[in-house]
Design a binder for this molecule. Structure first.
Ligand code: SF4
Length: 323
């Protein structure tokens, strides 16, 4: 039987990735760090843009490895054998270039421990050669500073079900923003986006949902561009918080509220029971959501059925089967 991909190639979302994760042999020793999950699963949804900053700054393959040294607040990327080799500025410039020249990116997948591509806890060595601090790779730091909206994650952390779901949710949310608001900016599009994202945002941060709602109530007084920039910065920042089980329970109860008048007592008890089983961690999120969806399809209003919380990413990824 022919395999159908999750999203057709022309609908895949542009996402940057460290080139070695795609199997490219660009590491200092001529090796790669091929990620099966990225190559075999996520590549069906993401249009990956591989990039190796060390190669891009002119370091060859194979090459002398570099490491972070010096001041933990402003480390340098230097050669491990030849400390005269200093590629700090060049790597930082590549981070700025990728962020500003690829504005269509909706996410970035990096790699653990790299002095260029590491997102966190990269060893920083004292001049005497002993690691004494931890920080961020030079390329990764500039990329994230220049484009703070960009959802960024390390490939290793995608093996954690909650982090994986959170990252992919944010990539799809930013993509929706670009498609629904940035493509044709208007106050109406902005309000619509918030309205459709209500329960998704609430699952990640109730406070964020309230703050952004208050902000939008007065957003008409601001120039449109300023209103959009402020909104999406706040939105992506709140979305980066983990959606806890109890937040999902809260959202599920809200969604159930939309069905109260349409379903009978038995159906309601069944839904409450399954939400309770989810709260007790006896089943995963997909279970109450599937049942709710069943009733929403029959009785839900357009408003509740349009909520991005109900399908924030393609179901084929199975992300809610594991959380
Ligand atoms: S610089 Fe980044 S992309 Fe290049 S080999 Fe190192 S970790 Fe991989």
């Amino acid at each position: 039987m022919q395999h159908t991909s999750i999203l057709p190639p022309d609908q895949r979302i542009p996402v940057g990735i460290s080139a070695c994760l795609m199997g490219q042999e660009v590491r200092y020793n001529g090796g790669h760090k091929r990620s099966r999950y990225c190559l075999q699963v996520l590549s069906e949804c993401f249009d990956f843009r591989p990039f190796c900053p060390e190669l891009a700054v002119g370091l060859g393959v194979p090459r002398e490895p570099i490491r972070l040294v010096g001041d933990p607040e402003a480390p340098r990327a230097r050669g491990t054998e030849n400390p005269e080799l200093d590629v700090t500025e060049a790597l930082a410039e590549k981070g700025r270039q990728v962020a500003s020249r690829m504005p269509d990116l909706c996410g970035y997948i990096l790699i653990k421990g790299s002095p260029s591509c590491g997102m966190e806890r990269v060893k920083i060595y004292h001049e005497n050669g002993i690691p004494n601090a931890a920080g961020r790779g030079i390329f990764a730091a500039e990329l994230m500073k220049t484009n703070p909206l960009l959802p960024v994650e390390e490939e290793g952390r995608l093996h954690d079900a909650v982090l994986r779901e959170n990252f992919i949710t944010r990539v799809f949310a930013l993509h929706r923003w670009k498609r629904e608001v940035e493509a044709e900016p208007s106050y109406h599009a902005l309000i619509q986006y918030h309205s459709r994202s209500k329960y998704l945002l609430m699952a990640h941060s109730y406070q964020g949902y309230r703050e952004l709602g208050r902000f939008l109530a007065q957003a008409h007084d601001l120039p449109l561009e300023e209103a959009m920039t402020t909104y999406i910065s706040g939105f992506m920042s709140h979305m980066s918080r983990r959606a806890k089980r109890r937040n999902h329970v809260n959202v599920l109860m809200h969604v159930l509220g939309y069905l109260k008048k349409s379903i009978d007592g038995d159906c309601k008890r069944e839904l409450l029971e399954v939400i309770e089983r989810y709260r007790r961690a006896e089943v995963n999120l997909v279970v109450p959501l599937t049942l709710l969806q069943h009733y929403l399809n029959r009785f839900g209003s357009d408003y509740i059925r349009s909520q991005s919380y109900l399908d924030p990413h393609p179901y084929q990824l199975g992300l809610r089967n594991d959380i």
